[in-house]
Design a protein around this ligand. Structure first.
Ligand code: ISE
Length: 339
């Protein structure tokens, strides 16, 4: 099944990078983690040890250029994504890049253009929900065509708590970007217009965000509505539903058992995305390694990362101005047609 073992370098060993490193080193046939990078050497050392005493770097670009490293995971802070993605494209290495593609739209466009100029897809973007079994079932059912054309996507995304109040920009670019991608993926269409309203976390600060309501209109006439609640207080939830021409399909994403006792029914809710999408992250790593070993990167691509940023940018403008915003973007280059 695997052509060869792929030697991977992981940049960023925090929660997400550490999880990718462990999954690749311990649970992904065909992958070998050979290097990790973090500015926090102690943290990098801990992850390196779990991965089997691999080499430790403090410079991400040096790791990317290292001859032993054949494929790269970028899971460092968002502001480092652009220079590292550009270095990975220049080095011609298959890369799993955590979302968002970049921390701003102009960097995202620079990455898209650099990859287009290289003539091949090297980046896979970490929209891991595509590898979640419940999401996959919904997608497959829609592709099967039994309930007709999708008309409306509804998404619910909660975070247990936000700690300090988050800005509307952070909430859209860091959290709701997953839902924006899910809506495009499941509706199989591109977004034409967005309208966003939000409830501030701090009533005197309209830049803060407690809850955002995102509406989107698609080119083919479909619609989406997304509730992004960043301080839910009860748990981490991602639920989806698609209403189609002759039926509807959805998944609440809760896989825990329902316990009925004393006239009540209870179901555990995960605390965070690492728990909720544990299996999806493993499948994502396995699929990425498999495609990289065959010399082609599949899955969510740089276009998906870029257009999500274009939509996110319009969402932020809509929240700030109170006005619907049109999506202005180039047509999708054929390099990014999904397999
Ligand atoms: C976080 O950064 C993630 O990527 C999670 O998947 C998402 O659900 C969460 O809202 C983000 O803050």
């Amino acid at each position: 099944m695997f052509q060869k073992t792929i030697q991977v370098g992981v940049i960023g060993t925090g929660g997400m990078g550490g999880r990718h490193a462990r999954n690749l080193a311990l649970r992904t046939p065909g992958a070998q983690v050979v290097a990790v990078m973090d500015v926090d050497e102690r943290r990098a050392g801990e992850v390196a040890e779990i991965c089997g005493s691999v080499r430790i770097f403090t410079d991400g670009v040096a790791l990317i250029r290292d001859a032993e490293v054949e494929a790269v995971v970028i899971a460092s802070p968002d502001s480092t994504h652009a220079p590292l993605a550009l270095a990975a494209i220049e080095a011609g290495k298959a890369t799993l890049l955590e979302k968002p593609l970049a921390s701003n739209l102009s960097d995202a466009e620079q990455i898209l253009r650099a990859e287009m100029a290289s003539g091949r897809r090297l980046l896979q973007i970490g929209f891991m929900r595509e590898y979640d079994a419940a999401h996959r079932q919904v997608k497959d059912a829609l592709l099967g065509g039994a309930i007709g054309r999708p008309l409306l996507f509804r998404g619910l995304h909660t975070n247990l708590s936000s700690g300090a109040p988050r800005t509307i920009e952070d909430v859209i670019i860091n959290s709701a970007i997953h839902d924006i991608h899910s809506a495009r993926w499941l509706m199989a269409d591109e977004v034409m217009q967005v309208y966003v309203e939000h409830i501030p976390a701090v009533s005197s600060d309209p830049e803060s965000c407690r809850l955002a309501l995102i509406q989107m209109s698609f080119a083919g006439g479909g619609m989406a509505v997304i509730e992004m609640n960043v301080d839910a207080g009860y748990g981490y939830e991602v639920a989806i539903n698609v209403t189609a021409e002759s039926g509807s399909i959805g998944a609440d994403g809760l896989s825990s058992a329902i316990v009925r006792r004393q006239q009540s029914a209870a179901q555990a809710i995960d605390p965070d995305w690492l728990a909720r999408f544990d299996l999806a992250y493993r499948t994502e790593a396995q699929t990425w390694i498999q495609s990289a070993s065959q010399g082609a990167v599949t899955g969510p691509n740089t276009w998906d990362g870029y257009i999500s940023m274009v939509i996110a940018d319009a969402c932020i403008r809509s929240a700030r101005t109170g006005q619907p915003q049109k999506i202005e973007a180039m047509a999708r280059p054929s390099l990014y047609d999904r397999e």
